[in-house]
Design a protein around this ligand. Structure first.
Ligand SMILES: [Ca+2]
Length: 447
């Protein structure tokens, strides 16, 4: 009798101390780690033939799916983030453009409403521990804080850009938070973000987690790990920083982020989570071309040429998803429906994205007639809109004249958007213009 009791206690203790006590290995849903770069261009990193050597992203690409035709839903920060976290076109959410740090601008008071459903909320409802380390940029008010949007933990900043050393925003305000409280923390921004991400993985290795890591790198101000702080509280400073050799600083910013990717891969491996962890890296929009590279694409951040929104994107799930390069037309809007489905979560909410899970797991080709739309914020420097359908790209550019310039490109023949084929294809042009206008009316109505 005693022996049986002793045995029962021993077995119980074994299961309680085992990291797999709560979730049997086979049933345990996968962890999801999203790593998002900020203003990283298509031609910036080595897996895409870019000029900055990024060995850890190379390793991720070698082990995963490298998307060659993946797009941010906007060519600037806030709207892409709104679309990413909800799977909805950001125009439906009232965030068509950047949310400015300056309180004299009306956009300063906008943000992601708590009535919207974020993927963090859905993961949390399904037993995941959730965290965000890095840049929010979806509202400055207390009611917009990430803690109210499904994140159990938040360390980072709420504005569009901060000093990498002093963590001070464009208005000269401290901008580093722990949850709902401002709380200073010393360190080079990119390293801090990576450190918190690694700690979170260590602390949550025994249960499923959703970890969103929106890096600041390589967004301005241009500061490498050894460059001094430029911004002081209440002070005046150059927006892009004081470093003379911006190219050098920009390269170091990307290298630091890549080091962080390496630390995350290492933490996943060390905790034996490789087989149950999906890692997806991408950028929120294209690079500023005076320092970064969108080669071989036309245009840059803020524009609806390909350089504004076609971005690097690499997804890895070892043993489950076969490594390859793909030309599938895909978007940051697809991230939410895809990772929820890969996690076995049946999400019934509306989405503008496409679930890529059966393509990723089984190679099933999704619908060919997919359409994607971009509609720039009319308050920004570049005014216009764009649409994609198959190889065709429509660009309506209203930044020079009242009367817009209209372009049609065949990206399979002309990735650099150099040869306007609008005149030769009046039917295609007409149908795409009509689709673009119809889509815009629909998303604005649903707002
Ligand atoms: Ca950005």
């Amino acid at each position: 009798m005693f022996r049986h009791v002793f045995l029962a206690i021993a077995i119980l203790l074994f299961f309680l101390s085992s990291p797999l006590s709560l979730w049997a290995n086979a049933d345990r849903p996968p962890n999801v780690i999203l790593i998002m770069a900020d203003d990283l261009g298509y031609g910036d990193i080595s897996p895409y033939g870019g000029w900055v050597k990024t060995p850890h992203l190379e390793a991720l690409a070698k082990a995963g799916v490298q998307f060659m035709d993946f797009h941010a839903s906007a060519s600037v920060c806030s709207p892409t983030r709104a679309g990413l976290l909800t799977g909805l076109y950001q125009q439906r959410l009232g965030i068509p453009g950047v949310l400015y740090a300056n309180p004299t601008r009306p956009e300063h008071y906008a943000g992601l409403g708590t009535e919207q459903t974020t993927m963090a909320e859905v993961f949390r409802e399904h037993g995941y521990r959730t965290a965000l380390f890095g840049k929010w940029h979806l509202g400055y008010q207390a009611k917009h804080n990430p803690i109210l949007h499904g994140f159990d933990e938040f360390r980072g900043f709420v504005s569009g850009n901060v000093d990498y050393q002093s963590h001070i925003d464009l208005m000269g305000r401290e901008d580093w938070w722990r949850g709902k409280e401002k709380k200073k923390e010393a360190g080079y921004l990119t390293d801090l973000i990576s450190k918190h991400a690694v700690n979170f993985i260590e602390e949550n290795s025994t249960r499923p987690f959703f970890l969103y890591i929106p890096h600041h790198a390589p967004h301005l101000p241009f500061q490498g790990p050894n460059d001094p702080a430029d911004r002081m509280v209440g002070g005046k400073f150059p927006v892009a920083g004081t470093v003379q050799d911006r190219k050098r600083a920009y390269r170091e910013m990307i290298e630091s982020m890549d080091d962080g990717v390496g630390l995350i891969l290492e933490a996943v491996k060390k905790n034996r989570l490789e087989q149950q962890t999906i890692i997806w890296f991408f950028s929120d929009n294209g690079a500023l071309s005076f320092v970064g590279s969108n080669a071989p694409l036309r245009g840059e951040k803020g524009e609806d040429w390909e350089g504004g929104h076609r971005v690097p994107s690499i997804l890895s799930w070892s043993t489950r998803i076969a490594p390859r390069k793909t030309n599938i037309l895909s978007s940051t809007l697809d991230v939410m429906p895809t990772v929820l489905n890969l996690a076995g979560i049946d999400y019934a909410g509306k989405t503008d994205g496409m679930d890529l899970s059966s393509f990723l797991l089984h190679g099933r080709t999704p619908e060919k007639n997919r359409k994607l739309f971009w509609w720039g914020d009319q308050k920004q420097a570049w005014k216009g809109a764009a649409m994609r359908e198959g190889p065709y790209k429509l660009v309506v550019d209203q930044s020079q004249n009242q009367r817009p310039n209209i372009y049609l490109f065949d990206l399979e023949e002309d990735l650099g958007e150099q040869h306007n084929i609008a005149k030769e294809n009046p039917k295609k042009l007409k149908s795409m213009l009509s689709d673009l206008s119809g889509w815009h009316q629909e998303v604005m109505r649903s707002k």
